[in-house]
Design a protein around this ligand. Structure first.
Ligand code: UTP
Length: 293
């Protein structure tokens, strides 16, 4: 069957200021969760949905991302010679995917990052994944969104209910419930205060978008934080066509934030067969000690 969503765009041009000094000269997207960089989780999530073409928006100090997804002939040869089959499989698993890189010359915001990909997407719908939102492998958010797109053929935003005290970190939507987990969007506000939030449904880092977002992005003025906001472009697009939301109820880690990153690291380590037993013992030991402080 013909795949409807063949391309994914991964904006990775941000400055990652919440992780300074680690991100002064290295990409936030390459920070590892146990033994795999954050961005690889997003790539594998999209690959599991049949996506094989990836456009990564990079910026200054992001060269390590290109190197990471390049074929590593010498390393593969050396692993082959030393019989390290599992590691060899692990590092060559993504070799069949196609990667293209576009440099965002200045970090002017997520909307601006996305607009840099406009000339390369043409007319087809595409997925957008923000790699600092890590979705629990096994929760099929992107697959469900693609299926919903097939039915509605309009942009689909991933939504999550968040506490009102956190709405200021997100784009927040006003939505009319159509059925379980599916909403028709009636309005969007970027980073509202709790008293101005239209709901507690925040946009998280997965989108299925259509190419008509690009001309709208061209006309978007800087918004919250002086950045070109994708949420503002979606507000503009909403005047022209319906947009839907898919309410995600699985597990997401906000790994762009230090505490979210640490939570992801602990949970993924506890599921990693190489380290889980030892790590759990260590955590239990710490928990015991903390009880007495
Ligand atoms: P964030 O809002 O997390 O910004 O971006 P950031 O710069 O990465 O990190 P902080 O807030 O300074 O700590 C969300 C996503 O949008 C991308 C980021 O790389 C991240 O994947 N982005 C953001 C861009 O590609 N370009 C930008 O100009 C801004």
């Amino acid at each position: 069957m013909k795949r409807i969503i063949r391309k994914a765009i991964l904006p990775a041009g941000g400055l990652g200021t919440r992780f300074l000094p680690a991100t002064k000269a290295s990409p936030k997207e390459m920070l590892p969760i146990v033994d795999k960089p954050m961005i690889q989780y997003a790539i594998e999530e999209a690959q599991a949905c049949g996506i094989e073409e990836f456009i990564i928006i990079t910026g200054k100090h992001k060269r390590a991302i290109e190197d990471h997804f390049d074929t590593a002939f010498k390393l593969e040869e050396s692993l082959k010679k030393s019989g390290k089959k599992i590691l060899l499989e692990e590092i060559s698993r993504l070799n069949l995917l196609n990667f293209a890189y576009i440099r965002q010359r200045e970090a002017l915001g997520l909307g601006h990052a996305l607009s840099c990909a406009g000339p390369f997407v043409k007319e087809e719908p595409f997925a957008v994944l923000l790699s600092d939102d890590i979705i629990e492998p096994g929760d099929h958010l992107l697959r469900d969104m693609i299926n919903l797109y097939k039915e509605l053929t309009s942009p689909i935003l991933a939504l999550e209910k968040v506490p009102l005290s956190e709405v200021h970190k997100y784009g927040v939507v006003k939505g009319e419930k159509l059925r379980d987990n599916v909403y028709r969007i009636n309005g969007l506000v970027e980073k509202p205060s709790p008293s101005h939030a239209p709901s507690d449904m925040a946009i998280i880092g997965r989108y299925i978008l259509t190419a008509d977002i690009f001309p709208v992005l061209e006309d978007v003025e800087p918004g919250k934080g002086g950045e070109i906001q994708l949420t503002d472009a979606l507000s503009g697009l909403l005047k022209k066509r319906p947009i839907y939301g898919y309410l995600f109820t699985g597990k997401r880690y906000d790994a762009g934030d230090k505490v979210g990153y640490l939570k992801a690291t602990v949970d993924f380590a506890l599921k990693n067969p190489q380290v889980s037993v030892q790590f759990k013992e260590y955590l239990l030991d710490i928990a015991g000690r903390l009880k007495h402080t």
